[in-house]
Ligand binder design. Structure first.
Ligand code: SF4
Length: 290
């Protein structure tokens, strides 16, 4: 069986950068411990577990951020913002409560946050094409003064009703489905010709999604490795499934099933931006041994 591994499988630049930064913090004696991450550093259970082993704690605030920080500030050595970014509040709170903050927000996400802030200050109506509960989108929404309108589904797109007298700017989640963003942008432009459309899908997403479309055509079986919590991994699976019904989503090598490959000669493997190299290597090895 011929195995083709995607050129873009695994950690994207932004996630790799955040992971390496946190790893270095754990080894730096000057950095205050414990290192606490606001949410999952990466949407991958195995990566989070590995970080926990080296002393990195995950914080999961259920109450408001301020209540949480007030209650727990003594237990936080250094606070880390993940590559997905966060709203402006955490920067204010860390100053107010004198908490050491390390910001690993991906530069590509910062760019979208800044756009959202600028548009809000100019009273422009922001539209975000993305999942409203996704961490990155929540941060962008907060930088945009919590005034943005979301387009997450076809129905949202159909029901979109904006004030035509107001300037409109359309942003997208960096890991959105590029086909959906293209379609949504075209429809919004048609309805509101003056709307500014800013393609904020990041290059890593573009490359990954374009490549998977090709791989699904050239291979009989497609394996997508990712955590169910990772929306970009699930999106890759949705794209693959559209053109190849023999596409499978797995978290780890043990989930591979021999019957998927019976009589098949070609298989492609890809992985979401939050899947670490060691999981991809295990999958490749297991496939070679099947
Ligand atoms: S997917 Fe793109 S924007 Fe998101 S962390 Fe990775 S490189 Fe940055």
């Amino acid at each position: 069986m011929q195995i083709t591994l995607s050129k873009h499988a695994g950690f994207c630049e932004g996630v790799q950068r955040a992971y390496s930064m946190v790893e270095k913090l754990t080894q730096d004696p000057i950095v205050k411990k414990p290192i606490c991450v606001l949410g999952d550093l990466v949407h991958n259970g195995e990566v989070v577990a590995r970080l926990e082993k080296i002393g990195v704690r995950k914080l999961d605030p259920k109450e408001s951020l301020e209540e949480f920080i007030t209650k727990n500030k003594e237990q936080i050595g250094t606070l880390v913002i993940t590559a997905h970014g966060a709203g402006p509040k955490i920067y204010e709170l860390s100053k107010k409560y004198q908490i050491d903050l390390v910001d690993t927000t991906c530069p590509r996400v910062i760019k979208v946050q800044r756009l959202a802030k600028n548009f809000f200050e100019k009273n422009v109506q922001i539209v975000i094409i993305g999942e409203k509960n996704h961490k990155e989108v929540v941060g962008i929404f907060q930088w945009g003064g919590e005034s943005a309108i979301f387009v997450e589904t076809e129905k949202d797109l159909k029901d979109l009703n904006l004030d035509p007298n107001k300037e409109i700017a359309v942003l997208s989640q960096t890991t959105q489905d590029q086909e959906f963003v293209k379609r949504a942008a075209a429809q919004i432009s048609k309805k509101y010709p003056k709307a500014q459309i800013l393609d904020s899908i990041c290059l890593a997403t573009h490359e990954r999604q374009s490549e998977i479309s090709q791989l699904t055509k050239n291979n009989e079986v497609v394996i997508i490795i990712g955590d169910p919590a990772s929306s970009n991994s699930k999106r890759l699976f949705e794209i693959a499934k559209r053109s190849n019904k023999n596409s499978y989503f797995i978290q780890k090598a043990q989930q591979l099933e021999q019957k998927w490959f019976s009589g098949k000669k070609t298989v492609a493997i890809t992985a979401g931006a939050s899947t670490p190299a060691w999981i991809i290597e295990e999958v490749v090895l297991k496939l070679k041994n099947l």
